[in-house]
Ligand binder design. Structure first.
Ligand code: DOR
Ligand code: ZN
Ligand code: ZN
Length: 351
């Protein structure tokens, strides 16, 4: 076995994670989801509001924040959800969240905003200092760019996946508009050919795209793309193999190994990886510093991604069978080692 080459990176931040609390605890919960995050090198995650009920009221938000505080193994921050029924709560929700999530296209969960009046109200009421993150696909991205320009305020585009979308965002940035974007590892490492091979386990929104789309995302990774975010969206195998398979795939434990493999192959620099997975996400969402926090990775470890030993409750990955180079060895959060050699080392337990 090759000897270890250990390198310390800052604690990573994933700005797009579905932790499924409340209402989806059979898919994931704060303990299993943050265990998966830590095992994947993330010390901060931003949780999405498309839960059941959704996080569109202060009552719902404060209940989950208390729960996360008790069981989470790393820092969890929340997005507020945009819903036509609770627009009046937006200013209060803003005080305790890192951004507003706006589902402008159809996806999993109860949140969907597709009328202009609601969009306008969100942009009027949400504080200018905090980003509005949009699930927008295709020409809906042009709507988001138009709103960012009209209101002169930051808009963050989630999981950009197509060549024309990233070209449009590059154009908006070139004109000085306050837009940012993330891409997911699944849109960087899988194509529609994998979707055909994987069936429901390769289905998510946005769907996997063509090789040309994947190539375009890679071509923009050093310039237009601001963050790598997982869109960790766990569903059980039974649900995925059932009659109405929900879209979404887990990603917290596979993102860093995949991106480290790209570094080993010379497709991206380590400095850029750290910018995409730690510094820029923290800057965009104004996330607090985590002192004495780092992730130690072994750049030499070669292995094959698999469903075995995953921490996510759903217990599977669409990347199973893919060879990678680079492994999380230890994680320290605020001076405490919390993960070492494949084990969570934490004083916290489930109870
Ligand atoms: O595939 C997806 N699944 N896309 C989304 O936007 C939502 C997510 C989920 O929550 O499962
Ligand atoms: Zn989405
Ligand atoms: Zn998502």
């Amino acid at each position: 076995m090759a000897s270890k080459t250990l390198v310390r990176l800052p604690g990573l931040a994933d700005v797009h994670v579905h932790l499924r609390v409340p209402g989806g605890e059979h898919k994931e919960d704060f303990f299993t989801g943050t265990a998966a995050a830590v095992a994947g090198g993330f010390t901060t995650v931003l949780a999405m509001p498309n839960t059941t009920p959704p996080l569109v009221t202060c009552e719902a938000l404060h209940a989950v924040q208390q729960q996360a505080q008790m069981v989470a193994l790393c820092d969890v921050h929340f997005y507020a959800g945009a819903s036509p029924d609770h627009l009046d709560e937006l200013p209060l929700l803003a005080q305790d969240t890192v951004g507003l999530k706006l589902y402008a296209d159809q996806t999993y969960g109860p949140l969907r905003v597709d009328d202009l009046a609601t969009l306008l109200s969100c942009f009027q009421q949400w504080p200018r200092t905090k980003p509005i993150a949009m699930h927008a696909e295709g020409r809906t991205i042009a709507v988001g760019i138009g709103l960012a320009a009209a209101f002169g305020r930051p808009v963050h585009f989630c999981h950009v996946s197509r060549a024309d979308e990233i070209a449009l965002i590059a154009q908006a940035k070139a004109n000085g508009l306050p837009v940012t974007c993330e891409v997911t590892p699944h849109h960087l490492f899988l194509t529609e050919a994998d979707a055909a091979r994987l069936g429901p386990l390769g289905d998510m929104r946005p769907r996997l795209a063509t090789q040309a789309d994947v190539d375009a995302l890679w071509a923009h990774l050093d310039t237009t793309v601001d963050c790598i975010a997982t869109d960790h969206a766990p569903h059980t195998l039974a649900e995925k193999r059932g009659p109405e398979a929900p879209p979404g795939v887990p990603g917290l434990e596979t993102a860093l190994p995949l991106m480290l493999t790209a570094v080993a192959e010379g497709r991206l620099s380590m400095e850029r990886l750290v910018a995409l997975m730690a510094h820029t996400p923290r800057r965009i969402f104004g996330l607090p510093e985590q002192p004495e926090t780092w992730v130690e990775v072994d750049l030499n470890a070669r292995y094959t991604l698999s469903d075995a030993n995953l921490r996510t409750k759903c217990g599977w990955t669409p990347f199973t069978g893919i060879p990678v180079q680079g492994k999380v060895h230890r994680v320290q959060l605020r001076g405490q080692i919390i993960f070492e050699d494949g084990l969570i080392v934490s004083e916290r337990t489930r109870f």
